[in-house]
Structure formats: C-alpha cells, structure tokens
Design a protein around this ligand. Structure first.
Ligand code: COA
Length: 322
C-alpha cells in the first residue's frame, strides 16, 4: 500500500500589514467590532506588483528546504488559488518555471477557501495511484485585489499569503483520507460575480469584488463543518479524542470555536492564526499548518484534522498522521 506523507511545510506573508486601526480610517468600523465578531486584528497585503506566484515561490522554497529534497524530484505541482496571476498559463506553470523544473504535471485548482483541501486530496490520489512520487501542494492568494475597500462587510475579513507542503510517497501514512464536497446551489451567497465569459468588461474596469451575505454564510459554515467532522471520524471509526490537532480554515474565530466544540477539543489543540492572518482563503490551512509545525507544536505521528469551507459552496477535510 502506498501513502503520501507531508515531509515539508512553508509559509509566506507579504511584508505590508493592515491593522484594524488602519481600517477604522477607511470604513465605518471599529477595532472592537472586528475583534469581537471575527477575532482578526491584522492582515497582510501583497505589495503593488507582487503576485500569487511570487508569494507561492517564497512559501515553496521554505517547504522544499524543510523536506530536504531537490527540485528535480518534484513530479507534480498543484496550486490552489482563486486569484491566479493570469487567465493562463496557470499559476502552477508559472511557479514551475520559477523553480526551474520542466515537464512534470502542473495545474491550478479553484475551490476558493477549500482549495488547499481539494489540492491535497487530489495530490494524495496521484501519489497513492503511483502517478506521482513527490508533489508540491500550494494554497496562495492575493485576495486584496478583489476586495471592495469601501465595503465594511467584506474588507475587514481578508488577507494575502501563501502556504505550501511537500508530499512524498511512503509505505506508512501519511494522509489517511480526504473528503471533498460542493453544492453550487449557494453560489449567490459568496461570489465575485464576474469572470472571463461573464462580465469581462466590468473586470477590465476593475469592478471585480467579493460579495458576501456574511450571516447566511456563517450559519451554513458552522453546520457544514460540524457534519464534515462527523463524516471524517466515522470513515475511520475514530473517536474525537484521537484527533491531536484541528487545523481549520481561518475565516472567523467564532466558526473555529464552534468546530472545536463539536470535537470536544480545548482551544489549545486548535491551530489559530486568523487574528494575525485574516482569511487568506486557499492559503489559510497550509499557513496555519506551517506556523504550528515551525513552533514545534505538531509532532511526528500526531493526528491532524484539516478542514475548510468556502465559496461554491465547497467544503472538505483531510485527516492525516503527521
Ligand atoms: N464594522 C462594523 N459593523 C459592521 C461591519 C464592520 N466591519 N460589518 C458589518 N457590520 C454591521 C452590519 O452592517 C450589521 O449592522 P445592522 O445590524 O445595522 O444591519 C451588523 O454589523 C451585524 O451584521 P451581521 O452580518 O449580522 O454580523 P455577524 O455577526 O454575522 O458578523 C461576519 C459578520 C461577516 C463577521 C460573519 O457573518 C461572518 O464571519 N460570516 C462568515 C464569513 C466567512 O467566513 N466568509 C468566508 C467563508 S470562507
């Protein structure tokens, strides 16, 4: 039996920081409201000209260094992003070129905030089936480019960043299972309602912003993440107490607390980065994982439950032994 194991992690946050105090000067909001309703107190923003591929490259270098591999061993690159550098080529192809790699499969996955979970699930299948031996899986976003900075409902929530993992084939797990879901019925609740084949003229004029019915999204996210926890544990007949770490998508501290409660987990076993990172969409889970690994919190052999929920709606989980 072949499994995929996480052998390296990396994260990168752009230098520029936007605090709640900065936002108080931009829209009708307060530091107190943002902290109480979301848990966020700052977020990082890409510099002018800094792209999703740029952020990915920095995260990947650190992940490769930790994994101790050579770039020529990489035979699969998947970038999860909603904010690619270009319409095409994919950000994965651009990243492949930066890394000086030629010939391996490279593609992007678009599942918004669940993107990294989808990408990890797909890469795991490539490795299990023998199609790849060493995969780079990245979640990276420059969400600041699609935020209406006059809309207090959304602009306080999001940030930019990138997280990466190196996955390697191994005889021992590794990733135990992935659980991926979507329901397009909810496309209106969280969307950027333009793209290449719809509203491209608006896109060219820069009117390309995240629109969200936050309260509805919140309620569905809490319920759905509760269900994915059950589904994941049931698949392994595993008790809640057997999960060592919850590494959730970092959208809102209250959503994270609700999932922890469902797992009967104390918050010291939950990796929380939302306060410093904001919601970095596909980058949030790999960034949180990297922070916890580099802080020495997560130890080899421990059981990790990673989960996310996002636009689409999409949602999913990956259960892994680190
Ligand atoms: N500052 C101050 N007030 C704000 C505000 C801000 N930045 N944003 C919204 N408000 C106001 C609203 O206008 C509303 O005012 P009203 O009652 O006068 O109409 C009030 O705060 C409450 O709004 P509501 O949307 O009910 O608040 P909430 O408790 O649901 O919190 C969110 C809002 C966005 C923080 C919360 O709904 C949320 O996190 N949703 C999920 C978002 C998410 O995770 N999205 C990505 C999924 S991956």
């Amino acid at each position: 039996m072949k499994y995929s194991r996480i052998v390296g992690t990396g994260g990168y946050l752009p230098e520029k920081i936007l605090t709640n105090a900065d936002l108080e000067k931009m829209v009708n909001t307060t530091d107190r409201w943002i902290r109480e309703r979301t848990g966020i107190y700052k977020r990082h923003l890409a510099a002018e000209g800094q792209t999703t591929c740029d952020l990915s490259e920095q995260a990947v270098k650190l992940a490769i260094e930790m994994a101790g591999i050579e770039t020529n061993q990489i035979d699969l690159i998947i970038v999860a992003t909603t904010t690619p550098d270009r319409v095409f080529p994919s950000t994965a192809c651009l990243l492949q070129q930066r890394l000086g790699i030629h010939g391996c499969a490279a593609f992007d996955i678009q599942a918004v905030c669940t993107g990294f979970i989808y990408a990890l699930g797909v890469a795991d299948q490539f490795i299990r089936s023998g199609m790849a031996m060493t995969a780079l899986v990245i979640g990276a976003e420059t969400l600041s480019r699609i935020i209406d900075w006059t809309d207090r409902n959304t602009c306080v929530l999001f940030g930019d960043g990138a997280g990466a993992v190196v996955l390697k084939a191994d005889q021992v797990p590794g990733i135990l299972s992935s659980h991926l879901h979507a329901d397009g019925e909810y496309e209106q609740l969280l969307t950027v309602p333009v793209g290449v084949s719809q509203g491209y003229d608006k896109m060219q004029q820069g009117e390309t912003y995240i629109q969200m019915k936050g309260h509805e999204v919140f309620k569905i996210a809490v319920n759905t993440l509760g269900q994915i926890v059950d589904e994941t544990l049931n698949a392994h007949q595993m008790d809640k107490s057997e999960v060592d770490w919850l590494i959730p998508h970092q959208a809102n501290i209250r959503i994270i607390q609700a999932t922890a409660k469902k797992l009967k987990m104390t918050m010291d076993k939950v990796v929380v980065t939302v306060g410093e990172h904001g919601n970095t969409s596909a980058a949030s889970v790999p960034l949180a994982l990297d922070v916890a690994v580099r802080q020495g919190k997560i130890q080899r052999g421990e059981v990790l439950l990673m989960e996310a929920f996002g636009g689409g709606f999409t949602w999913g989980s990956v259960l892994a032994k680190y």
